[in-house]
Design a binder for this molecule. Structure first.
Ligand code: SF4
Length: 430
């Protein structure tokens, strides 16, 4: 297929595809799906080998947000019966982080609900970062606290934050239909502030909110322009009690095409398979590892994910290996930029602008230590599964061959509210 040959060649050269080529990936048929995955896999292996980076979410403050992001179970007016709690203490957060590290995670993503932090919040998160770094040698920490005010990115960087996550989520054209309490431009500005402060930028998207193919291409091209080190790709978890509860538009095949398009546009960037993978990819999750080089381990912010042990088994069965703490996530040309930025800013992170792709909330430069995912992000706010046996859809009767939900349905059986880990007396999933 000429299209795929062209995209592989461009990906290996880190050359930007045209919008038409990106749209054509989303328009491929199911008969062509494995060819699409194989082509994206060639680009993935060129820049990331067979490594999978594990990231671990710690929800520092859950629920009761004054913002109205339609996809989010923590939004203003959400009827979702999620855990609600105020700030974890530094030692509580550090203990939660340690569980993720013990499970194989090399990055901890500290997320808090809310429009953005107050200066007092930045103080408490700074203490939390210091506690986590003291007690977990070599761990990368990413903060995701929403929109930043002047000087806050620098303070987080000084406290040791390696990365900052803030997702663009959707295209500029559709942003107003998803959220009214802040703007797309606000989000772009926060990603830029994180860059400027020397943090690795993590910024991504949420697919499945009713957008069309052009919107998806728009947001991924915007991300590339922002040049984040990591791009989390979330698939909407239609949480009962939120305005998007009936928006079931994704199939496993569609999810794989979206991931492949993202990989072609952002060839050398950490593409993270984020919230919603269990719900929407279901038994095709291992194929996504051929495209994405990073995943979240265990549970999400307000929903439960596949068991951590099942994640590790899936990675091994698919012939991949968990990336070690001493290994660089990013390819050398990006890691070198990160190191130069560290030297000049006193921090880690490192972006050059150009070259790479770009948006969101997670991931980051390497060498020094980036981080990922969070609130402003979304996909991870939602997600799935309850107890050990039945993760958000994997292997359950409802999510097997007949597991496809239809638009207009509320499928609470496919979305399990988190009932373990932080905010509960039960051990975390890691
Ligand atoms: S995504 Fe973040 S800012 Fe938006 S409603 Fe959820 S917690 Fe609040």
């Amino acid at each position: 297929m000429d299209l795929l040959n062209t995209l592989v060649e461009k990906g290996l050269r880190r050359e930007l595809p045209t919008r038409e080529e990106a749209l054509a990936v989303l328009a491929t048929s199911d008969d062509e799906l494995l060819d699409v995955v194989a082509a994206a896999g060639k680009v993935r292996r060129k820049w990331f080998g067979r490594r999978v980076k594990l990231n671990y979410l710690v929800n520092l403050k859950s629920g009761l947000c004054p913002e109205d992001c339609s996809y989010c179970s923590q939004r203003l007016g959400s009827k979702a019966e999620i855990l609600k709690y105020t700030w974890l203490k530094p030692d509580e957060a550090s203990k939660a982080a340690a569980a993720g590290v013990a499970g194989g995670a090399k990055r901890v993503c500290l997320v808090a609900s809310g429009r953005g932090p107050t200066d007092r919040d930045v103080d408490r998160v700074s203490k939390t970062i210091e506690a986590i770094k003291e007690q977990n040698e070599g761990i990368e920490v990413c903060a995701c606290l929403g929109l930043l005010s002047d000087g806050q990115a620098e303070r987080l960087r000084e406290a040791g934050a390696d990365a900052y996550n803030h997702n663009l989520n959707t295209s500029e054209a559709t942003y107003g239909a998803i959220t009214t309490t802040h703007t797309y431009a606000d989000r772009v500005e926060t990603v830029r502030q994180a860059h400027a402060a020397g943090m690795s930028a993590c910024s991504g998207l949420i697919a499945g909110m009713g957008e069309n193919d052009a919107d998806l291409v728009d947001v991924v091209f915007s991300l590339r322009e922002l040049d984040p080190d990591s791009v989390p790709v979330n698939f909407l978890i239609p949480f009962e009690g939120t305005p998007l509860a009936k928006e079931w538009h994704l199939t496993p095949q569609r999810c794989l095409r979206i991931l492949a398009m993202t990989r072609f546009v952002c060839p050398d960037v950490e593409v993270r398979l984020a919230g919603g993978r269990e719900v929407h990819l279901r038994t095709l999750q291992p194929l996504a590892l051929e495209i994405a080089n990073s995943i979240f381990l265990g549970d999400y912010l307000t929903s439960e994910g596949q068991e951590g042990k099942a994640d590790l088994a899936m990675i091994a069965d698919a012939g991949f290996e968990v990336e070690g703490a001493g290994e660089s996530t990013l390819p050398a040309h990006r890691a070198d930029v990160a190191a130069a930025s560290t030297a000049s800013t006193g921090g880690c992170g490192g972006h050059a602008g150009g070259g790479g792709c770009g948006p969101c909330g997670d991931g980051g430069a390497e060498a020094a230590a980036p981080a990922a995912g969070g609130c402003g992000s979304a996909g991870v706010c939602g997600t799935a599964a309850t107890e050990a046996p039945v993760p958000a859809g994997v292997g359950s009767a409802e999510t097997g061959a007949a597991g496809q939900a239809a638009p207009g349905e509320v499928r609470s059986d496919l979305v399990a509210v988190r009932r373990r880990g932080t905010g509960t007396d039960l051990p975390p999933n890691a």
